[in-house]
Structures are given as C-alpha cells and as structure tokens.
Write a protein that binds this ligand. Structure first.
Ligand SMILES: Cc1cc2nc3c(=O)[nH]c(=O)nc-3n(C[C@H](O)[C@H](O)[C@H](O)COP(=O)(O)OP(=O)(O)OC[C@H]3O[C@@H](n4cnc5c(N)ncnc54)[C@H](O)[C@@H]3O)c2cc1C
Length: 442
C-alpha cells in the first residue's frame, strides 16, 4: 500500500474547485485486504475514514480530515459472467475504462450519465444518473455489492441473501459513503447495441407543452433550456438497427468540441468579465446549434467530455411537477437581475427501489442549474432551490444544496430505514464527515 501526501502538501480538491480538505493521511490500497487493514488502522488511531473517487462531486460529501482512501490501485475487471449477463469490477475503476472493456467484449450498461470520468463507486454512491423512460440510474443497474464495513470485515450483498444482506443492498447501492467502503460492484450488462441520437432546437413553451409525449415516445429524452431566451435544445436517444454514423467526424467535431467546449468556454469568459452581455450571448449560442442525427454505441452517444468547469445544483421533482417547476424557474430568472450563462439541463428517471435514490419510489424529472466556475452562484442557486423544495424536490447527493436531515426525513419515506442500518453498520461513525452529519444527522 502506498501512502501519499502530508498535511503540508496534501490538500485535496474537487473538480469544481469549490471544496478542499486536508486529510491527516492518504492511502492507496491495492487489494481488499489492504483496504480493510487501512480501515482498522484508522479506527485504532481515532481517525475518520473516507473513500474518494475522482472528486467530481460539488458537495463536500467526499471531504475528510481523517484518512482519505484513494481509488487508483483498486481498479480493473474481476469477472464477466455471460450466463448471468453481469460484470464485476473493482470499486475504483473509472466508468470510461468499464465502458471501453465492455464494448470490446460486445457488452454495455443500459444507461449512464453525461460523462464517464468518475469511478464506479463514486458515481453510484451519490446516485449518478442519465435520462431514461424505463432505465434508471447507474446504481439501479447494480446486481451485487461488496463492501468493507467499520469493523474491517467484508460484506457481500445482493437482492438475494439474508434479510440483513437485502437491507444492505437496498441502501448501499446509493450509500453516500456512509455505510462502508465499497470494494467491488457487479452490474447488469446487455449485448452491445446502437443508439440513434436526434438533437433538435425547440421553443421552451413547445417542449413543456409536448413534454409528456416527448417523454413517452423516446427511450431517453432530455433538453437544455438557455436562460434569458425562450430556446432549448432537445436530445432523443433511441435504440436503432444502424448503420453506425458516429458524431466524431468533421461536423461532429465542430459542434462537439468547438461549439460545446471551445466557443462555449470563450462565451463563459466574456460573460464572467461582462455579465450584462450574457443575455445577448445566450441568444446567439442557443441558436448556434442546429438539428443533427448520429448513431453509435451507447457510451459514445450518452457521454461527452466537459472541459468548461462549472458548479452545479440539481433537484429531482415528481415528473408531473416538471412543467410548473421549470416555468417558475424561468419567471424567477426573468424578473431577477441574475445573469446566467449556463444552460439548464432537464432529464428523467423512472421510480426505483433504492432507499435514498432521488427517484426512490417516484417517477422523477431532474432540473440542473449551473454557474461557470469563478462566478458567484449563491443568489441563483438559493432562488432556484426555493422553487425546487416547494415542489418536494430531492437534491442530487453530489451537487450543491443546503438541505439537512430534518428535510430529508420528510422527503424520503424510507429515510429512517437508512439511518437505522447506518446505526447497525457504523455505530461509532467511522465514516462520518461534516456533510454526512448535516444530511443524515449525528
Ligand atoms: C462534469 C461533471 C459532469 C457530471 N455529470 C453528471 C451526470 O450526468 N449525472 C449525474 O447524476 N451526476 C453527474 N455529475 C456528478 C457526479 O457524477 C457525482 O458527483 C459522482 O458522485 C462523482 O463520482 P466520483 O468518482 O468523482 O466520486 P467522488 O465525488 O470522489 O465521491 C462521491 C461519493 O462517493 C463516495 N465514494 C467514492 N468511492 C467510494 C467507495 N469505494 N466506497 C464508498 N464510498 C465511496 C465518496 O466518499 C463520496 O461520498 C457530474 C459531475 C461533473 C463534475
């Protein structure tokens, strides 16, 4: 096991640049045994323990002043089972590596989020999701899970097994790092398939008026609304028989790289220097994208690089509340003096059975607000959060929010089930940090 960093040079920062922490020590276990030993040693030393992924969360969920467990050496594919159609991976494996290996084997996950930089354990622990009519978050595709608990023992769970193992499985798929350190995850996979993406600009009012139909007619529907405009860009992904028509050709490069990352970055710089110009920039950039269609394997359609850094808040509201919530958000931006240069992203997920999933027991729509890194985001996020919470919103566990345990006890019918399990698995709160104290209570 390699131990890196010291209190002097050991500052850890997240991707968004809005969270920093100084762990007492950082460890990189290369096996489950080494990881279990690190957990026992931390307990002996009276230090808290936190595993981190790639730091892509915008909340302080991964921050610790105790022992930080880094994922770099706990990566790789343990097993591919073609009868059960599952893949088992080490917890620190980046999603991009999993996707590439699966594609080579003629396999794929069913659904995923916008990027694939995160580790499998980090992504699932906060409920990372894409958009889907029937297919839910990445965590909802988990079939079995292995974790090291506070006493240093290894616990395996799935939907089969003892009552306690089933209770752990229900909660630990989106465990917030509160129940133990995940060491391996078994995902359901399916034969590799092709997705056709259809991107099309559409007026804001039309998307909302036709939302139920757009959702019902497409396996994966999402859209971006450009604040200060009545414009959106919609995206429909559906399975297709092909042929492949990858986006990575010249036209695709221009839109994906140049417009999405290059020109977008410049627009963000200009907007940060001169906020008054943002509405005009939004009008131009929301019209710059044209309709296009492409067909490729799933991860190449679902994900794309995000090089422009931002800070984000995202809430899940009941799907039926989407149109009202979004109209209120638009009215709030229109009458405020806010200048918002980042599009608002809207996605959906079906109800799932994971204790603290934002879609737990409820068909959901996600609304995500972003601000360019380095621009003040408090006023916008505070006003947006007021609207989201008025619609029984549940915040993404890895994105900025101000909610606490009292709120979550009302927002999640099974909240008490999660905290009771945590009391059993981690009575001494070895995996506690400030964030968990706030959202789960002491
Ligand atoms: C550019 C960008 C795009 C994004 N796109 C999406 C998106 O499309 N959809 C979406 O839902 N979210 C999205 N997110 C949010 C992101 O997916 C989540 O915050 C995710 O949790 C980050 O994964 P990570 O590997 O960086 O984990 P970290 O942020 O490092 O950690 C997250 C949590 O996982 C815990 N954890 C990590 N490893 C383990 C382990 N082995 N055992 C137990 N707990 C562990 C940590 O303790 C922490 O609590 C995006 C974020 C960024 C920055």
């Amino acid at each position: 096991m390699s131990t890196t960093a010291s209190a002097k040079n050991g500052t850890w920062r997240n991707w968004g640049g809005n969270v920093a922490a100084r762990p007492a020590r950082q460890v990189e276990p290369a096996s489950v045994e080494e990881l279990a030993a690190a957990v026992r040693k931390a307990a002996e030393d009276g230090l808290k323990v936190k595993a981190v992924g790639t730091g892509h969360s915008f909340t302080s969920i991964a921050a610790t002043d105790g022992v930080l467990i880094r994922p770099q050496l706990l990566t790789g594919i343990r097993d591919i089972d073609r009868d059960a159609m599952t893949v088992t991976v080490e917890a620190g494996t980046p999603l991009k590596r999993l996707n590439a290996v699966l594609a080579r084997e003629g396999l794929s996950l069913t659904n995923m989020g916008d990027i694939m930089e995160q580790t499998v354990s980090g992504a699932t622990s906060t409920g990372t999701h894409g958009t889907g009519r029937e297919s839910a978050s990445i965590a909802a595709q988990i079939k079995a899970l292995e974790l090291v608990t506070a006493d240093g023992s290894v616990l395996s769970c799935s939907e089969k097994g003892t009552e306690e193992e089933r209770a752990v499985f229900a909660a630990a798929r989106i465990g917030l790092g509160a129940l133990g350190i995940v060491t391996a995850i078994t995902f359901a996979v399916e034969p590799l398939f092709l997705l056709t993406a259809r991107e099309e600009p559409m007026p804001f009012e039309r998307v909302l008026a036709e939302f139920d139909q757009l959702w019902a007619e497409n396996e994966h529907f999402e859209f971006y609304w450009f604040p200060h405009t009545g414009n959106t860009n919609t995206k429909r992904n559906n399975r297709s028989a092909g042929p492949e028509q990858p986006v990575g050709q010249l036209a695709g490069w221009f839109e994906d790289e140049f417009l999405s990352n290059g020109v977008f970055q410049v627009a963000q710089w200009v907007g940060r220097a001169a906020p008054a110009a943002i509405p005009a920039i939004a009008q131009v950039s929301s019209k710059a994208l044209s309709a296009r269609t492409y067909t490729d394997i799933p991860y190449k359609v679902f994900t794309s690089p995000r090089r422009v850094r931002f800070v984000e808040m995202e809430y899940a509201v009941p799907r039926a509340a989407l149109a009202d919530t979004l109209r209120e958000l638009k009215a709030m931006v229109d009458r405020s003096g806010l200048r918002v240069s980042f599009p608002v992203e809207v996605r959906t997920a079906p109800a799932d059975d994971i204790t603290l999933s934002t879609a737990s027991g409820r068909d959901s729509a996600y609304i995500a607000v972003h601000m360019f890194r380095g621009t003040p985001y408090q006023a916008y996020f505070t006003a947006a959060e007021r609207i989201f919470t008025a619609h029984e919103g549940r915040p993404h566990w890895g994105k900025v929010h101000t909610r606490d345990a009292e709120y979550f006890a009302g927002a999640y019918p099974r909240f008490g089930e999660f905290t009771a399990l945590r009391d059993r698995l981690d009575p001494e709160r070895l995996f506690q940090n400030d964030y968990l104290r706030r959202v789960l209570g002491a």
